[in-house]
Design a protein around this ligand. Structure first.
Ligand code: F6P
Length: 335
């Protein structure tokens, strides 16, 4: 069997479709290499104590783990010197990081959530890294933090790694979604899914049900109908799943369908998840896999961001389910 590595896949994309320039390829390869290093660190579990809290909150007000900081540094150090980037922004850093003058600068901007789901580290549940690549506007002649504030539809690539039983890397360069698995002996990401497509039909939903008392009526209506099962309006039984690691929940949806909701509610008025580091890359991937992603009312990829650390409501997954939730919001709005 022919084993296609990440590098081969990216070179072939360029040959056939002209979508992955050598600069973009290098950038994605370096991110993937950083993910291997993070995977290695995560796999040590409690042996090194790096899953412990550092006793500080990050810019998002979440308890930072040592591994959050390590993963952030691994990505920064791996990506700063290669000449493909103008700047980086991370969920763990209050301000963007401009490439220092001692290094050449490139045309891309990299955004990442270095260790998504890190509150799960101490219980050995899958965590991951999410990334998004944008082009720096106006050839970066006037770079500032606002250069990052582009709608998700402008992304040139997005992906995420899941550090689970196996380490997997999911990637889109705007031509469908592919999945790689890390062959730890070879040290390479090997193509294991040539075309990830989210099944249209689903009987699984993912939501943090402890927020139920805060949900807005359209979300409550949707979940109530799922919970009513065979005897309810949906006429079928649903299953519920919630890993509390977005990477693991979205990976499951890519593999076997379903819908993931972290909607705005009475407590999370703007939503809970970050638009630039979580919602945009995941929405790009999900759409490229035949699914849909909205904030309840509009397509996530169309939203013009106003801040780097902005939060947003998220409904993503199998198209018909996302459309149903969005329709319920529209009906509630029309009264
Ligand atoms: O944003 C980080 C994150 O851990 C996501 O990966 C996950 O979907 C969500 O938060 C879990 O939130 P909660 O702790 O409310 O279940």
């Amino acid at each position: 069997m022919r084993r296609v590595t990440l590098t081969q896949y990216l070179i072939e994309q360029q040959r056939h479709y002209g979508t992955v320039s050598p600069e973009l390829r290098l950038l994605i390869e370096v991110v993937a290499r950083a993910c291997k290093a993070i995977s290695h660190a995560v796999s040590k579990g409690p042996l090194t104590g790096i899953g412990d809290s550092v006793g500080l909150d990050n810019v998002q007000g979440e308890a930072q783990k040592k591994l959050d900081i390590i993963a952030n540094e691994v990505l920064m150090e791996a990506n700063e010197w290669g000449g493909q980037l103008a700047a980086m922004a991370s969920e763990e850093m209050a301000e963007p990081y401009q490439i220092p003058n001692r290094y050449p600068k490139g045309e891309f901007l990299l955004l990442y959530d270095p260790l998504d789901g890190s509150s799960n580290l101490d219980v050995n549940i899958a965590v991951g890294t999410i990334f998004s690549v944008l082009r720096c506007p106006n050839n970066c002649t006037e770079f500032d933090a606002s250069s990052f504030l582009q709608p998700g539809s402008q992304q040139v690539a997005a992906g995420f790694a899941v550090y689970g039983a196996a380490t997997v890397l999911v990637l889109t360069v705007g031509n469908g979604v592919v999945g790689f698995t890390l062959d730890k002996e070879l040290g390479s990401f090997v193509l294991t899914d040539e075309r990830i497509m989210i099944p249209e039909e689903t009987q699984e939903f993912a939501i943090n049900a402890s927020n139920m008392r805060n949900w807005h009526p359209p979300v409550k209506r949707y979940i109530d109908e799922c919970m009513a099962g065979k005897t309810g309006p949906r006429g079928k039984d649903f299953n519920m799943r919630w890993v509390a690691s977005m990477v693991a929940d979205v990976y499951r949806i890519l593999c076997r369908g379903g819908v993931f909701l972290y909607p705005k509610d009475a407590k999370h008025k703007e939503g809970r998840l970050r638009m630039m580091y979580e919602a945009n890359p995941m929405a790009f991937i999900v759409e490229q896999a035949g699914g849909a992603a909205t904030d309840g009312t509009q397509r996530i990829l169309d939203i013009q961001p106003s801040g780097l650390h902005q939060r947003v409501g998220v409904v993503l997954g199998s198209k018909s389910e996302v459309e149903r939730v969005t329709q319920y919001h529209a009906e509630a709005h029309e009264g």
